[in-house]
Design a protein around this ligand. Structure first.
Ligand code: IMO
Ligand code: MG
Length: 420
């Protein structure tokens, strides 16, 4: 038996799905446990690109079952479209997808509220993905939310819909109610065969010695409690969310692997101490194709931040690092790693808690030499240019966690293991 969590450790888009896919060929189960269609998980196989939003990326392997735990927020209409699109690209779902009946639903109402909130709060805009994630999680916490299992009970569903619209002060005339009911019931016709108890499946899987991968979405710095609040998402993303969001206690994990890009990116608003602008940022954005897979937005770019990196390694009790997009740094003369923050005459080695302090800190950098060589064909640490090895080891030393997987390109095989 082995259960491994693969988690984003910065602000999302760390190429988590690529690592899940790389380690997933022998997985019996791949499980999503938080987030929703705000995620954009990309896998490239033989030049063909697959993008997943709510479906676990283990669906790529025909022998793997994919579970969506109760901590995920599902947009039922979007999920039906996602399943149809993936089926059209040749992937099969029959008897392979299970969605917990307790997952909270993202309704069209939540997507409208997400947009309204963003425009209302011009001064403190979050820059959300517009997928209705925040309002949907808020409703689950407020106990006004609707869950997947409710779709199988039309009279109850109708009552819950009236209540949720009233709770938000929105009018719901008979025609709109009928239209929403029809949309949801059409989605239910597709989704009901996948609706079951994920915690029961996982408990049996654990007892039978199955290999289980928990696929994180977003990243630690977007965690709604531990991230750069309020510029965060609305789910918890750290390792403890595995238990809350799937019913499989995080205590049972054998390994926690943290995914970090070799540099840092962020989409949306919020503090970013090591952010860079100008030609260097443009070059990295171009080489790394740093545009959102969910919204297409250009991603903000920064130097590797070992202060935040070590913070997230500690919160997630990491056993190892998967370092991705290392190839993107080829050709840069100098590489900088942030090793501390200056704030009010003091040096911090952990992030400040208050957002106002985040804007005042001054990063302190370690400067390393870059490398010229194209490393996309490299498949071992020893074959990397010496300066790339030094860069990788600096990250290991600063985070005090070994790098166990390295990715040097988009394709599945452009990846290698170190002592894993
Ligand atoms: P994956 O799983 C990067 C960001 C949004 C915004 C903030 C809140 O692909 O790494 P939300 O729509 O969640 O209310 O937006 O979180 N965000 C992500 N950034 N990758 C993601 O997912 C993200 N999911 C949300 O840009 O700043
Ligand atoms: Mg993404």
């Amino acid at each position: 038996m082995s259960a491994i969590a693969i988690l984003g450790c910065m602000w999302g888009d760390e190429a988590k799905a690529k690592i899940v896919d790389y380690l997933g060929d022998t997985a019996d189960y791949v499980v999503r446990f938080q987030g929703g269609s705000n995620a954009g998980h990309t896998i490239v196989v033989d030049g063909q690109k697959f993008v997943f939003h709510s479906v676990p990326s283990g669906i790529m392997y025909p022998g793997t079952k994919c579970l969506i735990g109760c901590g995920v927020a599902i947009d039922p209409l979007g999920l039906v479209k996602e399943i149809r699109n993936l089926e059209a690209s040749g992937l099969t779902f029959t008897k392979r997808l299970c969605i917990d009946e307790k997952v909270g639903l993202v309704l069209p109402l939540h997507q409208e509220l997400d947009k309204v909130n963003e425009s209302r709060l011009a001064s403190s805009k979050i820059g959300t993905t517009g997928r209705g994630i925040g309002p949907a999680y808020a409703d689950m916490t407020a106990r006004t939310g609707i869950r997947l299992g409710d779709l199988g009970h039309p009279a109850y569903l109708k009552q819950r819909l009236k209540e949720i619209y009233a709770y938000h002060g929105q009018s719901l005339d008979a025609q709109t109610l009928k239209a929403v009911m029809t949309q949801l019931q059409e989605a239910w016709q597709v989704l009901k065969k996948y609706c079951m108890s994920v915690e029961n499946i996982l408990s049996e899987a654990y007892l039978s010695g199955a290999r289980i991968i928990f696929e994180g979405a977003q990243g630690t710095l977007l965690d709604r409690t531990w991230g750069s609040y309020p510029y965060v998402t609305s789910s918890n993303t750290i390792v403890d969310a595995v238990g809350i969001g799937s019913g499989f206690s995080a205590r049972l994990l054998d390994e926690v692997l943290g995914v970090y890009k070799a540099y840092v990116t962020r989409v949306g608003e919020g503090p970013f101490p090591t952010e860079i602008h100008g030609p260097l940022a443009d070059k990295i954005r171009k080489q790394g194709n740093e545009f959102g897979s969910t919204t297409g937005r250009p991603r903000r770019i920064g130097h590797f931040d070992a202060v935040l990196g070590a913070y997230s390694a500690r919160l997630n009790t990491l056993d190892g690092i998967a370092l991705t997009l290392l190839d993107v740094l080829s050709g840069l003369e100098e590489l900088k790693i942030c090793v501390g923050y200056k704030l009010g005459g003091k040096v911090l080695t952990t992030p400040p808690a208050h957002p106002l302090d985040f804007n005042k800190i001054e990063p302190m950098y370690l400067s390393l030499k870059g490398w010229e060589e194209d490393i996309t064909g490299v498949r071992s640490k020893e074959a990397l240019p010496v300066n790339a090895q030094i860069y990788l080891e600096a990250i290991e030393d600063l985070l005090e966690i070994p790098v166990k997987v390295v990715s040097v390109g988009k394709e599945r095989d452009q990846t290698f293991k170190i002592d894993l």
